[in-house]
Design a protein around this ligand. Structure first.
Ligand SMILES: [Zn+2]
Length: 1048
């Protein structure tokens, strides 16, 4: 079988090592088709592929985006919708894709090379030779349904974004930046009027033009068998060579050989409206052209300069405009890589009546900064921090390589000389030598003196109403024109198209691909060692434990070490919260925000917060204090540091300082509350977030930090706290002091260090200062489980019934159903439940087909939460959650009663996905280390737990799966055992009440304001109740702008 005689058509352009990470990069090109391949050999269990096409179009038809969806509908040799995803899930893989203005990228994310290698040629055929049928375009892109509504997967997706403020401002900026002959001007996602008239032929034509191998670059990040890869690609090219345009035919390289935009002639400041009920807050978008993205030195300078200006709370724009003058809740900055890159500066959360003033103030500050010498010490800090950040990403992120390589493919030189720049960070060394004058000149050229475009995004209630009225009129006119007959015809046409798309995949075809072995999944080894109180969990015997034990220890602190060959040290201090007083819990959002942004006392002197943040930034890659959810302890809090090994002791000193020597400062607290309050209107606009928020208010008790930190508490509590702080600052500061005392105790700290422990000086002793002043005789307090923080309704789901929450800001609906589930990690039902959920939720699987495939919702899935002892079923963005809920119930019942069959390949896919999730959880060195900690410390299971679980998962019988579905999941659909929360557009209210009542649920309607909670903090006489009580206000709604995951 080995075919050594054949010479590969792929030529090696170059191979080089990066000097900042243990990663080499190889670049190849096919001499037959011109296809490009770049491999970055990052270590770890995951192989991640990005297949990028340089796509350029001069209209808003949405052809690039619609094509992205259609690729997943079948290919020349595999004319079945869903085949690719079904195969992928069995091969430990997930697929996804995105469309940007300048490229479309398809992703293949796999555990282990073997699975990746299996899917690669099938996937590539879908990209190069998709079927692109009329029926596929009809259902996926746009059609008119039997009720006369516009529908289609892409259409609905764009409907969700087109009228949002962000999108409206973005398009307007591009229209002003680019003339008609430059592709960056256009919305490649497709505008709704254009999508309504887009033809299948136009999409096919675009595919033929752009989706040629020579316009395709494969980026692979992970442990790749490169010889095997090139052979697979050679074989693949054999199969397509006769179906593609001749590789020698002339081809104009998109973007590079196209017209370039002229410079901005003069500054434009323009007010632009976007539809919004709440007219109080707007946004500003500022754009200007920057340097050529092929210049490593100039783009590095731009990144550093933007960090210097607006990268953190001490940088000048943020410091003055956010922290001091409270003119904005944040100032975002970034730049898009292009031959003429674009610099974006975005002050957000700006009071509408101050938009023009804030825009002027921003440039006034910039000019002032430029008129005086820069703070070169801080500039140097920014350079150092950016270098550390890149090193850290290069070690742990695949998108770091993908972004750089895709940009190079789009705009760089084909001889590899520009990609070679990825090999070093030497441009930062050059920047270290830049003089103050050189920096200021650079800043004048690109920012301060550069003509720019400023958009003042202004919320408009009347625009919101007009869009709604226009849309209703348009649809009414169409229905009238079509008449009942026309509508019936359309319903029939849609049915036909769906039937054509949904041809069943023969089992024999799926069985042609065996499930790949797991041998090629190389998990990162992390060696555990323990010290102090942690030893009570058992001290392993290995060489790292010996290193730790050698330090004769008088440090009783709970310390777990995870040894991995990383260039960085990750520290996590997990804090239990059982001692926090109930009435102090709603202070947590402020406490967390303030933790690192506050003055300290040092040697009897007060150090201001700017100095604190500046020094923190010098010593770290990153630092944060957040909820403990990411490390499996949703009720805990976590302080996290990433530093270089030589800063290990410094990081510990910082933790000590911020815990015990920080000062609560009235001005800082005031700024913190202002930021929290500015973000609330947006949080309260989201149907999905509010569904979860209401759900936690019903199921959690007041001692739950998830409840106390939730938006519905913050909305009222923070407003009152703001008043109290103004009138009685000592009271508020007293409460924060009490909260601090209850958090930072010896008995509530568990510490994790993930690092190359052998290279760490004094891994144990370094912690001594932290506990110096603490009472170390106390026993560790147990961690609080989710199940310990349930309300009576949380403990016994079913009594509460269903609640419908009308929200004027949404035009669709969201639902979550909760019921009891296993609350013990050793519950014998868990393996079967895991397989059942993985099976039901798989891509193109039962729930997907029943709910998403029928247009009943954008997504729906089951989840188990062992920590709280709950299971849930949630529906994401549905035109009718009641119907989607019934569809979910029916599909579940069909598997329980045997009318639907468990196909072997689907069960194999379910098990593969569990393996895949396990690899995801340990994908990088720091995550591998965390994984052990979560298991051993948070969940309290032993190291062999997952191996054992996986073995049992593989042995699960169909009867056991049915049992888990019947006993654990079916109760989610039954009155008496489930509680339901649905956030819905107001117009849906009556139907929902009727629908869920018919299903037997005790159903009530409550406004969002009914769930607010102030923890006993009273409002003042005459308090403006308007914003935290929307009962009286007559909001109309403008469409939700949820974070959505782009999917095929
Ligand atoms: Zn899409």
């Amino acid at each position: 079988m080995p075919s050594q005689t054949r010479k590969s058509h792929f030529r090696t352009i170059q191979k080089f090592k990066t000097d900042y990470a243990p990663v080499s990069i190889s670049q190849y090109v096919s001499e037959r088709t011109g296809m490009h391949v770049v491999v970055a050999d990052q270590k770890g269990p995951k192989v991640q592929g990005y297949f990028a096409l340089a796509t350029e179009i001069f209209d808003d038809s949405g052809s690039p985006h619609t094509l992205e969806h259609l690729v997943f509908m079948g290919s020349k040799s595999y004319q079945y919708k869903g085949l690719l995803d079904k195969l992928a899930s069995r091969a430990y893989s997930n697929t996804n894709a995105w469309t940007a203005t300048d490229h479309t990228a398809y992703t293949l994310d796999t555990a282990g090379w073997e699975g990746f290698a299996q899917i690669l040629p099938v996937y590539l055929e879908h990209v190069i030779l998709p079927t692109l049928t009329d029926a596929g375009c009809y259902t996926e892109v746009h059609h008119i349904d039997g009720e006369g509504n516009d529908a289609g997967v892409v259409y609905s997706e764009m409907q969700g974004v087109q009228n949002t403020g962000g999108e409206i401002m973005d398009i307007r900026a591009r229209r002003l930046l680019y003339p008609e002959n430059v592709g960056f001007r256009y919305e490649t996602g497709g505008l709704m009027p254009n999508l309504r008239v887009l033809t299948a032929d136009r999409i096919r034509e675009f595919h033929k033009e752009m989706y040629q191998p020579k316009n395709l670059c494969l980026v692979l990040v992970g442990e790749v068998d490169e010889e095997n890869l090139l052979q697979i690609l050679d074989d693949f090219e054999d199969t397509i060579i006769n179906d593609i345009p001749p590789p020698s035919a002339p081809f104009k390289r998109p973007w590079v050989e196209s017209a370039q935009p002229p410079a901005i002639a003069k500054t434009i400041v323009e007010t632009i409206e976007f539809p919004e009920e709440d007219e109080s807050m707007g946004d500003i978008l500022i754009a200007m052209f920057g340097p050529d993205c092929n210049s490593a030195i100039e783009t590095a300078a731009l990144t550093v300069l933007l960090t210097y200006l607006a990268g953190s709370s001490v940088s000048v724009l943020e410091n003055i405009m956010v922290e001091k003058e409270e003119l904005a809740s944040a100032i975002y900055q970034n730049w898009d890589a292009r031959p003429n890159s674009v610099i974006w500066i975005q002050p957000s959360g700006v009071a509408t009546d101050k938009l023009a003033h804030v825009e002027q103030r921003l440039f006034e500050i910039l000019r002032e900064v430029n008129s005086k010498p820069l703070d070169m010490k801080y500039m140097s800090d920014c350079i150092g921090r950016e270098k550390r950040r890149i090193k850290s990403q290069a070690e742990s992120s695949s998108s770091f390589y993908a972004d750089g390589i895709i940009n190079d493919f789009l705009f760089g030189k084909r001889d590899g000389s520009t990609l070679k720049d990825m090999g070093t960070l030497s441009e930062f060394d050059s920047l270290e030598k830049w003089s103050d004058e050189k920096w200021r000149e650079f800043m004048r050229k690109w920012i301060t003196d550069a003509p720019h475009i400023s958009l003042l995004g202004t919320p408009s209630k009347s625009m919101s109403e007009k869009i709604k009225a226009d849309e209703e009129a348009r649809l009414a006119a169409r229905r009238k024109e079509l008449g009942p007959e026309g509508l019936a015809k359309l319903a029939e046409k849609l049915k036909d198209a769906i039937a054509k798309n949904e041809v069943e995949i023969p089992n024999s075809l799926l069985q042609k691909w065996p499930v790949p072995g797991v041998e090629s999944i190389h998990f990162i080894e992390s060696i555990t060692a323990r010290s102090g109180q942690a030893k009570k969990l058992g001290a392993p015997s290995n060489r790292i434990q010996q290193v730790v034990d050698k330090q004769a220890s008088d440090v009783p602190l709970f310390l777990q070490f995870e040894h991995v060959p990383s260039n960085f040290v990750n520290i996590i201090v997990l804090l239990g919260t059982s001692q926090v007083a109930t009435e102090h819990r709603p202070l947590l959002p402020l406490f967390l925000d303030n933790f690192f942004n506050t003055p300290i006392m040092k040697d009897g002197k007060k150090i201001d917060f700017e100095t604190v943040v500046t020094q923190l930034e010098q010593d770290t890659v990153s630092y944060s204090m957040n909820g403990g959810g990411r490390i499996g302890d949703a009720e805990g809090l976590a302080i996290q540091f990433q530093v270089e090994p030589e800063k290990y002791a410094a990081a510990i000193e910082w933790i000590r300082t911020m815990m015990f020597d920080s000062l609560f400062d009235e001005t800082r607290l005031k700024a913190g509350i202002a930021k929290i309050l500015a973000d609330i209107p947006e949080e309260k606009r989201s149907g999905n977030s509010m569904m979860y928020a209401v759900d936690s208010m019903i199921h959690g008790d007041k001692d739950s930090n998830i409840v106390a930190r939730g938006t519905l508490v913050k909305a009222v509590y923070m407003k009152r706290l703001k008043n109290l702080l103004a009138n009685e600052p000592a009271t508020v500061i007293g409460w924060l002091e009490a909260l601090r005392k209850s958090l930072f105790t010896f008995e509530s700290m568990r510490t994790l260090v993930i690092a190359d422990i052998e290279k760490l000086p004094n891994p144990v002793q370094a912690w001594k200062p932290l506990i110096a002043g603490l009472d170390t005789t106390k026993e560790l307090l147990p961690l609080v489980k989710g199940k310990d923080r349930l309300s009576p309704d949380g403990k016994n789901p079913g009594n509460y019934g269903a609640v419908i929450v009308p929200m004027p800001t949404i035009d669709s609906s969201f639902l979550i159903s909760s019921a009891k589930g296993p609350d013990d990690y050793n519950d014998p039902r868990l393996p079967a439940l895991m397989v059942a959920i993985s099976f039901l939720d798989s891509v193109e699987g039962p729930v997907w087909t029943a709910v998403r495939g029928t247009g009943l919702a954008y997504g729906a899935n089951f989840r188990k939460d062992t920590d709280a002892g709950h299971v849930s079923f949630s529906i994401y963005r549905s035109p009718d959650v009641h119907r989607a809920f019934i569809a979910g119930k029916k599909i579940l019942e069909s598997y329980i009663d045997g009318t639907a069959k468990f196909e072997d390949h689907a069960l194999e896919g379910a098990v593969s996905q569990i393996v895949c999730n396990l690899a995801d959880e340990q994908a990088t060195m720091s995550r591998a280390g965390q994984f052990h900690f979560v298991n051993g410390v948070v969940k309290g299971v032993d190291d062999e737990y997952d191996t054992r679980m996986l073995k049992r998962v593989r042995e699960v019988k169909v009867e056991e799966i049915k049992g888990a579905m019947r006993e654990i999941l079916l109760p989610l659909f039954k009155a008496g055992s489930a509680n339901l929360v649905a956030t819905v557009a107001p117009i849906m209210k009556e139907n929902m009440v009727k629908g869920f009542t018919e299903l037997g649920f005790k159903t009530q309607v409550k406004p969002l304001s009914a769930f607010k909670e102030s923890y006993g903090l009273e409002g003042e006489e005459g308090e403006d109740e308007g914003d935290d009580d929307e009962e009286g206000s007559d909001d109309g709604g403008s469409g939700s702008d949820e974070e959505m995951s782009e999917e095929d």
